[in-house]
Design a protein around this ligand. Structure first.
Ligand SMILES: Nc1ncnc2c1ncn2[C@@H]1O[C@H](COP(=O)(O)OP(=O)(O)O)[C@@H](O)[C@H]1O
Ligand SMILES: [Mg+2]
Length: 144
């Protein structure tokens, strides 16, 4: 029983930091592997035609390096607990990318926070978390 390879979706938000703590606990408990993935959304804007490509590129570069920084911080936290996680930044729609990662890397549990960075307040459960619960092939732990 237990889980062998745990995937944490990490966006640097407070709820995802809480999910990190839980993922660390479970990784130790089950002597599992921990994978931490951050997904950067591509630039989306209706008036994309009016924005110079350099600015879009600049925006995406900034988002990527921000996510890399988050992952580094998460890894440092895990290392304090004797865990060496694999890290990956992906680009696309967060739930979709996390599911692809989990399928391709044999993860058997996905851990996320119940809210993320910049969600709609009226949504009780974040859209990434909700879509994972609905569509992932793996068990999903939504940490509260
Ligand atoms: N871009 C992302 N990359 C990795 N994990 C994410 C990302 N966005 C959200 N998550 C995970 O999903 C959890 C819930 O976030 P989300 O469903 O996006 O809520 P919200 O709608 O409030 O942003 C986060 O705490 C985090 O664990
Ligand atoms: Mg979100």
């Amino acid at each position: 029983m237990g889980y062998k390879r745990i995937l944490l979706g990490y966006d640097g938000s407070e709820p995802s930091r809480k999910a990190l703590q839980k993922a660390i606990e479970l990784t130790k408990e089950f002597e599992a592997q921990l994978c931490i993935v951050g997904v950067v959304r591509p630039f989306e804007f209706a008036a994309i035609d009016f924005i110079p490509p350099e600015e879009i590129e600049e925006y995406e570069k900034e988002e990527l390096s921000k996510e890399e920084k988050y992952l580094k911080e998460a890894a440092e936290e895990a290392e304090k607990h004797g865990i060496k996680p694999s890290l990956k930044v992906m680009e696309g729609e967060p739930a979709e990318e996390l599911m692809t990662y989990a399928d391709e890397n044999g993860c058997d549990l996905i851990v996320v926070g119940y809210r993320g960075a910049g969600g709609f307040k009226r949504m009780l459960l974040g859209s990434t978390a909700g879509n994972l619960v609905k569509y992932a092939n793996q068990s999903v732990l939504v940490v509260k």
